[in-house]
Ligand binder design. Structure first.
Ligand code: NDP
Length: 284
């Protein structure tokens, strides 16, 4: 086999990474679109991200998805060739090599907005509460504002991080100063039409500590986490009166599809693959 006839190589890099669904999703997209590729999981040491990325591309790798906790480092690494989305987020989840230069983008926002649209909750003219101020919140805050929400409040367990995120956004986009607020979890008073949990609290099997009565009638509660069963946040929201709840599997498949589009120039069918991942998740 000549090097040019070898399949293109991709991977998701993170720590931990063993539970990532990305290999399944990208192989499903490849089958759907007739692409030939190999997509692996790449566990990078916590202090060894840059070296792992260098080695991957030096060995002929074509593209990387980046997950926890490396998205900010990925952004710094591709700083000379970042998409506006990655630049605004300060975090990158998609890397690729073009003419010997490392490029980066952030597709989390596209994934979330696509899923909200599918669920019948486009953010335009809606009041949105975003819980969390980590990498995931950073990736979606600009796209949510850009989509025209009426109000967006970002709240966080450590409120100073929510305020820092607001300051970061306003330093680049002053026009959102009357729309974007920041605060602590106690400052969640609404009512909100869309409440998005971008914290990792569900990993600890507990919902974030939120006050009661935050949901508007017909509100959506969206957890970026996903699981075979409704997450603790989704259960909390249902008991608090949210009329609809959703987990983040649709966002995951949507952001993967946007990465696939960047790498291969073809947009796969998200819904077909989402149904397949949902079935796989249910089977354990
Ligand atoms: P980070 O580690 O960067 O941030 C974690 C955030 O969660 C911080 O805001 C932290 O608050 C908060 N937090 C953690 N534990 C609790 C708790 N018990 N109560 C309240 N807040 C808490 O993680 P990411 O932002 O990268 O990821 C967040 C979640 O989003 C993860 O579960 C991840 O799997 C998911 N995700 C899903 C995606 C998808 O496609 N569906 C894409 C990206 C992420 P503090 O600052 O106070 O520590």
């Amino acid at each position: 086999m000549t090097p040019s006839s070898l399949p293109h190589r991709y991977a998701v890099i993170g720590n931990p990474v063993e539970h990532s669904r990305s290999p399944f999703i990208h192989h499903a997209f490849a089958q759907q679109t007739g692409k030939v590729l190999v997509y692996d999981r790449l566990l990078a040491p916590i202090d060894g991200f840059v070296r792992a990325v260098d080695e991957f591309f030096a060995q002929g790798g074509d593209g990387l998805n980046v997950t926890v906790p490396f998205k900010e480092q990925a952004c710094a690494l591709a700083k000379d060739h970042l998409s506006p989305r990655a630049q605004l987020a300060g975090a990158a989840n998609t890397l690729w090599m073009q003419q010997g230069q490392l490029h980066g983008c952030n597709t989390d926002g596209v994934g979330l907005l696509g899923d909200l649209q599918t669920l019948g909750f486009p953010p335009r003219d809606r009041n949105v509460l975003l819980i969390g101020a980590g990498g995931a919140a950073k990736g979606v805050i600009f796209p949510l504002l850009d989509a025209g929400c009426a109000q967006l409040r970002v709240i966080n367990r450590s409120p100073e991080r929510a305020h820092q995120l607001r300051d970061h956004v306003l330093s680049q986009a002053r026009q959102f100063r009357n729309i974007l607020q920041a605060g602590s979890l106690d400052e969640a008073q609404g009512p909100w039409d869309i409440v998005i949990n971008a914290t990792s609290s569900s990993l600890g099997d507990t919902p974030p500590a939120l006050p009661q009565g935050i949901y508007a009638p017909d509100a959506l509660a969206y957890d970026m986490m996903y699981a075979a069963q409704p997450t603790p946040f989704m259960r909390q929201a249902a008991s608090e009166g949210a009329s609809q709840t959703a987990d983040g599997l649709g966002m995951l498949v949507g952001q993967a599809a946007a990465s696939f589009m960047i790498w291969h120039g073809v947009m796969p069918d998200v819904q077909v693959v989402l149904n397949a991942v949902r079935r796989q998740l249910a089977q354990g």
